[in-house]
Design a protein around this ligand. Structure first.
Ligand SMILES: Nc1ncnc2c1ncn2[C@@H]1O[C@H](COP(=O)(O)OP(=O)(O)OP(=O)(O)O)[C@@H](O)[C@H]1O
Length: 266
């Protein structure tokens, strides 16, 4: 039997900005179907790691390969020639939604199909009936179908973020990499977005890697957490293992106050 290919493999990734090591010899493997939270204090390297995984950041030459579903994204400080193919399997969700503001939500969601089309068809906006149907179904599923015709700029953050998730669905993404997807949202919208990611994970088998500032969301929605501190992985295991002591180790002594306010005991 052949071993299952991981959704994401990172081998010994380091990224320096001038004298600053944003991530340091990070290795990580995420299996297909997992939902993993990347946590850690501000500046610990979460975004850099996720961006390196996506090929949006090129790691240092000392770094090993990064692969998505077996397709190489980069290695030794160079993007792979197959990076587009690797990326096409991942839907990216960002804190600031990244929709095209002046076109409709529907048109934004339809853009998810572009990667599958010959360039000229995409340039002429010749989307297939099937893709149009997929876009409407995705909007329905994420609960914003009634806003389909509105410009993205006229929608709330939560509505835009759900649109971004619908776009990933139309893309046919097998994995979603979400970089602080709820950081700009109110608590209700944040919960809705996390709920949606969790459903796509459990019902559709989509692998989710999500950076989060809020530990409580990681505990609620993810079975596994990877914690970074100063660019190093200092915890990789079940979220149930994020004890008070471990969280203080990750976030520092100042976190004691946060935990005490929340009444955490273990
Ligand atoms: N483009 C860049 N140029 C220079 N330094 C950078 C750049 N991007 C990130 N850094 C630095 O690398 C370190 C890690 O940043 P990163 O954004 O990955 O951390 P983070 O854990 O995602 O932080 P936050 O939770 O605040 O978003 C920080 O010290 C940051 O200042």
């Amino acid at each position: 039997m052949t071993e299952a290919i991981p959704a994401l493999e990172i081998h010994d990734a380091t990224k320096t900005y001038g004298p600053m090591r944003a991530i340091s010899n990070v290795s990580l493997s995420v299996e297909r179907g997992e939902m993993v939270a990347l946590i850690g204090p501000s500046g610990s390297g979460k975004s850099t790691l996720l961006r390196a995984a996506s090929g949006l950041v090129v790691a240092d030459t000392s770094s090993g390969p990064i692969r998505i579903f077996g397709d190489r994204v980069q290695e030794a400080g160079k993007l792979s020639r197959g990076v587009r193919r690797a990326r096409s399997q991942v839907g990216f969700i960002f804190q600031q939604f990244n929709l095209v503001k002046r076109i409709s939500l529907y048109a934004n969601v339809l853009l998810g199909a572009l990667g599958r089309m010959p360039g000229w068809k995409g340039a002429l906006g010749r989307f297939s009936t099937e893709d149009r149907k997929k876009a409407m179904e995705a909007l329905e599923r994420v609960g914003v179908i009634e806003h389909a015709g509105k410009r993205a700029s006229d929608l709330s953050g939560g509505q835009q973020q759900r649109g971004a998730i619908a776009r990933a669905m139309v893309q046919g993404a097998q994995a979603i990499f979400a970089d602080e997807p709820i950081a700009s949202l109110d608590p209700v919208s944040a919960r809705n977005v996390m709920q949606l990611l969790s459903e796509l994970n459990s019902q559709d088998g989509i692998t989710v890697v999500v950076t989060l500032h809020q530990v409580d969301y990681a505990l609620k929605y993810c079975e596994r957490a990877v914690a970074l501190k100063d660019g190093h992985v200092i915890y990789d295991g079940p979220t149930s293992g994020l004890t008070r002591t471990r969280l203080i180790e990750i976030y520092g002594d100042e976190y004691i106050g946060v935990l005490d306010e929340e009444g955490a005991t273990s």
